[in-house]
Design a protein around this ligand. Sequence first.
Ligand code: MEV
Length: 324
Amino acid sequence: MQQLTVSAPGKLMLMGEHAVVYGYPCLVTAVDSRFKLTLTEIDAPNLLLHAPDLGIIDYHKPINQIGKGDIPPKAQCIELSFKNFVQKYGINTGIKVETQSQFSQSYGFGSSSASIVCTMKALSQISQKKLTNQELFDLCYRTVIDKQGVGSGFDVAAAIWGGTLYFVTGGKAIEPLNINNLPLVIGYTGVKSDTTQIVKEIAKKKELYPAKIELIFKAISGLVEQGKRALLEKDWPLLGKLMNFNQNYLEDLGVSTEKLNSMVSSAKAAGALGAKLSGAGGGDCMIALHNGKNKQAIEKAIIQAGGEIVDIKAHAQGARIENL
Ligand code: MEV
């Protein structure tokens, strides 16, 4: 009976959130806080799931019922990954899945997408199917859409490739950026946001005010293109300015909150080169770019504004097999 453990990193959106749902690019970095998943072959033709960090314990389903009937929301990432893998490649064994996550679900680092990537990578490894990153992405992205109906897939790409990526909706472009560090401070608002809900609210706004929202998305897209060049040239002052402009547009979209605004402006007042919310908005995390010398001052300012510092590094390694 085979057993293997796979891990995948969490992610932080650097620039381009929301616009990336509508065909525009974004910049995303993987963070060195990892989701781990152990997959064991078992005799009984069942899927057994023990994933306390996803909020599901001792769940089981016969393999021939996978993807059918009611699936508890917390089992969906793994069961739907399983369904999509089995539909394409088949499987001839029962499977037990156990997870341990290094990051809290509240930060918005993408435990759902990381769990989908880990499941798919572990299943492909155990069934000896050699999938390219792009094939893995396509299966994982289909699972995200099955589960929540919306999403650009940027989080799945970050979990697979790792590092820092220039990414376009649905994986139309996935370009690893050759950089070696990213001087970020990460502040958590203490508020868990509901990404799917906020993405749907933006979709409604886009229906009501198509020209205005399209204008904002186009402007954000221009900032992302410049941000990509600034990243590659390590032009941190320019990247900081672009992040600030991006934050202004996110405020126009109505996804920032008072808490996020206050953490962002405190970081800037403490000398951050740039600061913005990261992700859907409504809560979760903000990011600030430091100049190598003012990291602690920025952290202090964020704490004074009521935030919590999340001490992790950006540009982390992508999905990997931990043991064989
Ligand atoms: C959420 O972290 C980022 C969004 O752009 C949604 C997505 O890209 O799937 C708001």
